[in-house]
Design a protein around this ligand. Structure first.
Ligand code: NAD
Length: 408
């Protein structure tokens, strides 16, 4: 998917053939074995990966995913998308992504800590605050980032806050980082609703995935006055036409890990959830959930891609023929996370810290600018919104490579 998207964008840009492969292929791909002794004494080897897509504009930046389906191909695609995302929103970063093939919910806290620390230990020769900076993604969180920072800092011999972002505030994390991705998704969705003449007070939202991004987006949608009528997670989907009580759902997941057993809404399937009639549909879980089976059937006015790669290329073709659906492409829609990660990195490097209000106002400014530039590019090139966002990001990376030249 990522390669095909790149090829399409490079064709639109009529990119020089000498530059294409340099822009497309990753700089560095690592695969490591992480042996961990489980609580029962057994030793299990987990496979870990990290892909650094390019180092042309600064260090690489990208999340770390713990999920059973993680493999090198998925991580490479996610790293590539991070490159276009960072360039689109104007951050001095290349893209990266990492992951471990594991179900973190099956590990005890101490097993999770050992695995996280072992992964960072294996990555130490390849990462650093000026080389590659990790952040949370699916299956990882602030605690995992704290262990990563501690492991790296022990190796260096002093506290290196800027080695990861998405850390707890008490150890150099940024105000507003935890909610940044979801909040940014809700903010951009509200902005596109305004363009379409949809009033927030009358708007309905459906969200797939109730983890960091999905739940924070739900809170922000509520705060913007919108009604969230459907939520879901790995355990199933839940619908209430009068609006779901998000605070109560969060209390339920805090106690039970998932939404399983949630009784305050009608239980439906994840497939049904995606086809609910609503103003905004927010996939905030896995890739490829909007595909050729359901692309013609989704009934939203706005498809806000909070997850990375939630829409397959064939679904994209179907959706591009439907003028009733406005798609906010992933590299724009979920960019709030990496924008505030960048703010966290800058604050760590300078040892000076901003208030939440300052962080959120700066976030809005960057999102507004990226949205405006995407819309201008869409009009100028007469392409889809996804192609507009991709061509902007890809062109900036290609230009940086061209200007720096080819080191002999
Ligand atoms: P998370 O692990 O906190 O939450 C993932 C959620 O998806 C959980 O509620 C899980 O139960 C649910 N889920 C898993 N499988 C599912 C399925 N088959 N059907 C429905 N729900 C399912 O992860 P997250 O950090 O919220 O990330 C979600 C997405 O957002 C990912 O695509 C990630 O790459 C993307 N993203 C995250 C960030 C970030 O800052 N965390 C930034 C940008 C993009």
């Amino acid at each position: 998917m990522a390669c095909k998207q790149f090829d399409r964008a490079a064709n639109i840009l009529q990119m020089d053939t000498k530059l294409r492969q340099r822009v497309k292929l990753p700089k560095r791909c690592m695969a490591v074995s992480c042996p961990v002794q489980l609580d029962n004494g057994e030793v299990v080897i987990y496979e870990g990966f990290r892909v650094q897509h390019h180092l042309t504009m600064g260090p690489t930046k990208g999340g770390l995913r713990f999920h059973p389906k993680v493999d090198l191909g998925e991580v490479a695609a996610l790293a590539m998308w991070m490159s276009w995302k960072c360039a689109l929103v104007g951050l001095p970063y290349g893209g990266a992504k990492g992951g471990i093939s594991v179900d973190p919910q099956k590990l005890s806290l101490s097993e999770l800590e050992h695995l996280s620390r072992r992964y960072m230990q294996e990555m130490i020769p390849f990462v650093g605050p000026n080389t590659d900076v990790m952040a949370p993604d699916m299956g990882t969180n602030e605690q995992v980032m704290a262990w990563m920072m501690d492991t790296y800092s022990n190796h260096i011999g002093s506290s290196v806050h800027a080695i990861v972002t998405g850390k707890p505030v008490g150890i150099g994390g940024s105000q507003g980082r935890r909610e940044a991705t979801g909040h940014g998704v809700a903010y951009l969705t509200k902005s596109y609703m305004k363009d379409l003449g949809i009033k927030p007070s009358e708007a309905t939202v459906v969200i797939q995935g109730f983890g960091n991004v999905g739940s924070e987006a739900a809170i922000a949608f509520n705060n913007f006055g919108m009604k969230v009528i459907g939520i879901s997670d790995v355990s199933g989907a839940y619908y209430n036409k009068n609006g779901i009580d998000i605070k109560a759902a969060l209390q339920h997941t805090a106690k039970n890990l998932t939404l399983e057993g949630w009784k305050e809404a009608e239980s439906i399937t994840n497939a049904e959830l995606l086809e609910l009639k609503c103003d905004a549909l927010v996939p905030a879980a896995l890739e490829q959930v909007i595909n050729k089976e359901n692309a013609a059937k989704i009934q939203c006015r706005i498809l806000a891609e909070a997850a990375n790669g939630p829409t397959t290329n064939s679904a994209d073709t179907t959706l591009s023929k439907r003028d009733d659906v406005t798609t906010i492409p992933d590299i724009l829609c979920n960019s709030g996370g990496v924008i505030v990660s960048y703010f966290e990195w800058v604050q760590d490097l300078q040892s000076t810290f901003w208030t939440r209000e300052e962080v959120i106002q700066k976030l809005y400014k960057v999102l507004d600018r990226a949205k405006q530039q995407t819309e201008e590019q869409k009009t100028k090139l007469k392409v889809s919104r996804r192609e507009a966002a991709l061509t902007l990001g890809i062109h900036r990376v290609a230009e940086a490579k061209r200007i720096r030249g080819l080191f002999p």
